[in-house]
Design a protein around this ligand. Structure first.
Ligand SMILES: [Zn+2]
Length: 399
C-alpha cells in the first residue's frame, strides 16, 4: 500500500538569515511505515524545497525536515521505529522478522533503531533509585575469544522492590569480562550518589565481585543470591549422579540406565514432583544400593531449597545454619565441597535471612528472558549491539 503525504503550506524563512524563502517545488521521498495488517505500507512524502534569496547568505537551497516524523536521512518513520522497538521489547520479535514486516533490510532497521537504544542506554536517570543491586556472569558467545573477545560479560541487575514489596528485575548493564575490575569500574562510573543508595548487593559466590562490593559499596550488605546457591546444589546432585553412574556401569549415561532416566527429576524441587515422578525416582534409587549416594545428595540440595522457601525467615536461618554445620562433614565429597564453599561465604549466605529475603523468582525470570533473546539474537556478532538488545529486552532501558 502506498500513501502519498505532504505537509500543509506555510510561510518559510531561511534558518540562517530569516529571509522569506521562495518555494523550489517538491521532491518525492519514499519512507517505510508500520504495515497495515499483513500489507507493507510505503509513504511517499512530497518533501518541500526552498532556496534562500539572500545573496550574502551561505544557506542556498534547503529541504523540509520533520524530525518528529522521520530522522533527516532516515527511511523508516518514527512511528514504525516506535512499533519495532515495542515489538523487540515486549513480543520477543527478531530484527530479521521486523525488517521483513517493514520491507527493509536487517541493517537498515538496526541502523535506525540503534541510535534510539543508545540514547536510552546513556541516560543515567535509568539508574536512579536502585537500592538492591545484583551482579552475575553472563556468557555471550562460545566462539574463539581471540577473534570475538571475552566470552564472559558481567551483568548488573536491579533487584529493588516496589511499594508492594515486589521485585521487577531489570538488566542494568553488560560489561566485558568477569572480574573485580569489570564490576568495580562500572560502580565507579555510576557516581557517589548511586553507590551510597545501594543497601543490598546480591552476588554469586565469586570472590572478584565480593571485593568490588567491599571496595565500592562500603555501606551495602553483601548477600549470596539465592538463585545461584540453589543452582550450586543442583550441580552437586548432577556431579554425584554422573560419578555414581560411571562407577556402577563403567560408562557415561546410556539410554535405559536408571540414573540417566531421572536426570531431570533430580533437578526439580521435591514439592513440584508428581506421584509418578516420585515413584520413578524411588525405583531408580532402589535399583542399586550404590544409588543411595545420589539420593542423599538430592536430599541435601532439597534442604538448601527448603531453607530459602521457609515462610518464616527465622526458620530459614536455622535450616541454613544446620546446612553450614552438616554439609562439610558429609561423606559424599561433592556435598562436603559445597559445605566448605558455603562456610567461606557464611556471612553473605546468612545475610539473605536478615535482609528480608531477596526473592530469587525475578532473577530466574530475567535469566529466562536473556536466554530466549540470546537465541533470538544469534545474528549479533557485535558486543555493543548485543548489549543494547539485551538491555531493551530485560527492561534495563526503561527508568
Ligand atoms: Zn538565508
Amino acid at each position: 500500500m502506498t500513501v502519498t503525504v505532504s505537509s500543509s503550506w506555510q510561510l518559510q524563512g531561511c534558518a540562517d538569515c530569516g529571509v522569506v524563502a521562495p518555494s523550489r517545488g517538491r521532491r518525492r521521498r519514499v519512507l517505510h511505515d508500520v504495515s497495515h495488517g499483513e500489507v507493507p505500507v510505503r509513504l511517499v512524502w512530497r518533501q518541500r524545497m526552498w532556496r534562500c534569496p539572500e545573496a550574502a547568505c551561505p544557506r542556498g537551497a534547503f529541504v523540509e525536515q520533520i524530525p518528529v516524523r522521520v530522522a533527516p536521512r532516515g527511511s523508516i518513520t518514527g512511528r514504525a521505529m516506535g512499533w519495532a522497538i515495542g515489538q523487540l521489547r515486549r513480543e520477543h520479535a527478531t530484527i530479521a522478522g521486523l525488517a521483513r514486516r517493514l520491507d527493509v533490510s536487517w541493517w537498515a532497521l538496526w541502523r535506525a533503531v540503534k541510535p534510539e537504544l543508545e540514547r536510552r542506554a546513556t541516560d543515567e536517570s535509568r539508574f536512579a533509585g536502585v537500592t538492591s543491586l545484583g551482579v552475575d556472569e553472563h556468557v555471550w558467545h562460545h566462539a574463539n575469544p581471540k577473534t570475538r573477545g571475552p566470552k564472559e560479560l558481567t551483568g548488573m541487575v536491579d533487584l529493588t522492590r516496589d511499594d508492594q514489596g515486589r521485585v521487577h528485575a531489570r538488566l542494568l548493564d553488560l560489561v566485558p569480562g568477569r572480574s573485580k575490575k569489570a564490576y568495580a569500574d562500572w560502580l565507579t562510573a555510576r557516581g557517589q550518589e548511586f553507590r551510597t543508595g545501594v543497601q543490598v548487593a546480591a552476588l554469586d559466590p565469586f570472590g572478584g565481585y565480593k571485593s568490588a562490593i567491599v571496595d565500592q559499596l562500603e555501606d551495602a550488605t553483601a548477600v549470596l543470591d539465592a538463585f545461584h546457591v540453589v543452582k550450586l546444589g543442583t550441580q552437586v546432585v548432577d556431579e554425584v549422579r554422573r560419578r555414581v553412574q560411571q562407577d556402577t556401569t563403567g560408562h557415561r549415561g546410556r539410554k535405559g540406565d536408571p540414573l540417566l532416566g531421572i536426570q531431570t527429576i533430580l533437578r526439580a524441587g521435591a514439592e513440584n514432583l508428581a506421584d509418578k515422578q516420585q515413584a520413578r525416582l524411588a525405583r531408580a534409587i532402589e535399583a542399586d544400593e550404590r544409588h543411595e549416594e545420589v539420593f542423599v545428595a538430592w536430599q541435601c540440595a532439597q534442604q538448601l531449597r527448603a531453607a530459602y522457601r521457609q515462610q518464616d525467615l527465622t526458620d530459614g536461618r536455622h535450616l541454613a545454619e544446620k546446612i553450614l554445620a552438616s554439609f562439610r562433614r558429609c561423606p559424599i565429597p561433592e556435598v562436603a565441597r559445597l559445605g566448605r564453599t558455603l562456610r567461606r561465604w557464611r556471612e553473605a549466605f546468612l545475610a539473605y535471612f536478615a535482609t528480608g529475603r531477596a526473592n530469587n523468582g525475578p532473577t530466574e525470570a530475567m535469566n529466562g528472558i536473556i536466554e530466549l533473546h540470546r537465541r533470538l539474537a544469534r545474528d549479533y556478532r557485535n558486543r555493543e549491539n548485543y548489549r543494547l538488545r539485551m538491555l531493551l529486552a530485560a527492561r534495563g532501558l526503561t527508568p
